[in-house]
Ligand binder design. Structure first.
Ligand code: DQQ
Length: 531
């Protein structure tokens, strides 16, 4: 079988009650290349039908590649904008193209037309670097009735998101000033730009403006392969986005995910009034192993995103529909976990599970004093893995663990006292996740700002699925997706534990866990992907 490699989510949307996800699919085997737009639909974001390929390179304006793009609804009808690679003397010459459904009455929108009379709709004019000009966002309409879209690029080594305007979504003009840019951040791939409500969790349509919204700007940094966002203000008159001073800013912003998560994209689900985030996680295994298993890359569980009450960061949570996969539930009673304790959670399929554990926020006086030089959470987690005893913590979960704990993925918290304020470190420690040495077992970490008046508990929810552990810390304030490849802790041999390796006791107020069944993934008859 040919290797199936999937990468960026493209043009996620909901149309007539059906969710669509397109994604970059490499048809050239183990290495990225010969991209097509694969297409799947779902009524619940959990169970999926794969349709035939939606777009392949076929026209002069995309003959060398159909790269990432987004969907926008114009008078209720979806239009896709994507990056086409054209034949040119210049390497990787990028333009923006549009595609429309062939038959709007087809509930699955299987066939897509690329109107030859209009394409390409945007060219890299005005001195734009033609090999760094890609990934149009979902469009938004200003109060002047004019459509906008923004496209990732770089000028020298500065990351830039150029702005284009159009009356009809076909003819586009470049704005003089970019929507946003930042020094020395390299190429900006897959920008995403959307409003969030100042109050409440409800998602907003991409064109919503006004005093009760803030804007989120996200880029995928080609140099580091991480997605960063800031919270800020969008001025529709000047068409400039300005990140807030107070938005917790760490180099280029905050991360949607402190593990593996790239080329992400949101869409507004008007039926459930929520904004849903998709992101791609690549493998941490060797190419030889990927070839052996026959696939590489996956889409993370879609997440609902909204603005945290303090307005400084987003919160994320797995879409509620994922809970329909829960089967048998087990729980542990509320109890004190003494320092050094390891407790097995029995009675579930630990290789495929949804775990929700809550710890009482430890007392500040019991926390270790934070060293001011500890500024990088990932480094701190690597230098203090689960095996290193602390005061308040490490405490958390050992997922995908073998019976004698030779293999384990530890997801845990450490609580520090920094000038009489809490700093909570969340870690996902992959260093012991597999006896196989060729995997990338980097440990990931994030600092979580807790406010003892609001955050009385430190919750940790982990979705465990064989080679994926997606962990949500403190009600979704930080998320870490890890890829792991246990050799012993597989299927029925996988175990789950809760542990406390601090010297202080910690109160576990609840632990609920569910075995998860498989989602239904169908390759529609006659519409099968050809290998
Ligand atoms: N992947 C696409 C590009 C995008 C990159 C090509 C991000 O459009 O910039 O497959 O992973």
């Amino acid at each position: 079988m040919a290797l199936v490699e999937i990468t960026d989510p493209n043009a996620p949307m909901i149309y007539n009650g059906i969710y669509h996800l397109f994604y970059q699919w490499s048809t050239s085997g183990a290495v990225w290349g010969d991209i097509v737009w694969a297409h799947a639909t779902s009524t619940d974001l959990v169970n999926w039908n794969h349709h035939k390929i939606a777009m392949v390179p076929s026209e002069p304006f995309d003959i060398e590649g159909v790269w990432s793009g987004s969907a926008t609804f114009i008078q209720g009808k979806p239009i896709i904008q994507y990056t086409g690679i054209i034949k040119s003397n210049q390497w990787n010459y990028q333009v923006q193209d549009m595609a429309v459904p062939k038959d709007l009455s087809d509930p699955y929108l299987v066939e897509w037309n690329k109107p030859i009379e209009y394409n390409p709709v945007i060219k890299p004019t005005d001195g734009i670097n033609a090999s760094a000009f890609r990934d149009p966002t979902t469009g938004w309409k200003g109060p002047d009735g004019i459509w906008r879209t923004t496209i990732g690029s770089k000028v020298g080594n500065n990351g830039v998101s150029f702005l284009f305007r159009s009356n009809d979504f076909i003819h586009w003009n470049k704005a003089k000033e970019p929507l946003h840019w930042a020094k020395d951040t390299g190429m900006w791939e897959c920008p995403d730009f959307f409003p969030v409500a100042v109050d409440g969790k409800e998602g907003l349509d991409t064109s919503v403006l006004g005093h009760s919204v803030k804007h989120v700007f996200k880029v995928s940094l080609d140099d580091t392969k991480h997605d960063y966002y800031t919270i800020g203000t969008y001025n529709p008159k000047t068409d400039r986005y300005t990140p807030d001073e107070g938005s917790i800013d760490n180099d280029s912003g905050l991360r949607f995910d402190y593990g593996k998560f790239y080329a992400s994209k949101t869409f507004f689900d008007h039926e459930k009034k929520r904004r849903v985030l998709w992101g791609w996680a690549n493998e941490s295994s060797s190419v030889a192993d990927d070839v052996k298993k026959g696939w590489a890359g996956l889409q993370a569980v879609p997440r609902t995103v909204w603005l945290e009450e303090n307005g400084k960061q987003l919160k994320q949570w797995p879409v509620e529909e994922i809970e329909q996969l829960r089967t048998k539930r087990v729980s542990l009673r509320s109890q004190v976990l003494k320092g050094g304790s390891v407790l097995e959670v029995l009675g579930l399929t630990a290789s495929q599970a949804d775990v929700d554990v809550k710890f009482k926020l430890p007392k500040l006086k019991d926390a270790e004093i934070m060293d001011p030089s500890w500024v990088n959470p990932q480094l701190l987690c690597s230098s203090k893995p689960a095996s290193v005893q602390g005061k308040s913590g490490p405490f958390g979960l050992l997922a995908l663990a073998s019976k004698n704990l030779e293999e384990q993925t530890a997801i845990f918290f450490r609580v520090f006292n920094h000038q009489n304020k809490y700093v909570v470190l969340m870690c996902s420690d992959q260093s012991r996740s597999s006896l196989e040495e060729s995997n990338d077992k980097t440990t990931y970490g994030a600092f979580i700002h807790v406010d003892p008046h609001h955050d009385q508990t430190l919750s940790l929810r982990s979705l465990i699925d064989h080679s994926v552990v997606e962990s949500y810390g403190v009600d979704g304030k930080a998320v870490i997706l890890a890829r792991v490849y246990p050799t012993l802790a597989t299927d029925k041999e996988a175990h789950l534990y809760v542990f406390n390796n601090g010297t202080e006791n910690v109160k576990m107020s609840s632990l609920k866990a569910w075995s998860m069944k498989k989602a239904e993934i169908k390759y529609l008859k006659d519409l099968k992907h050809s290998d």
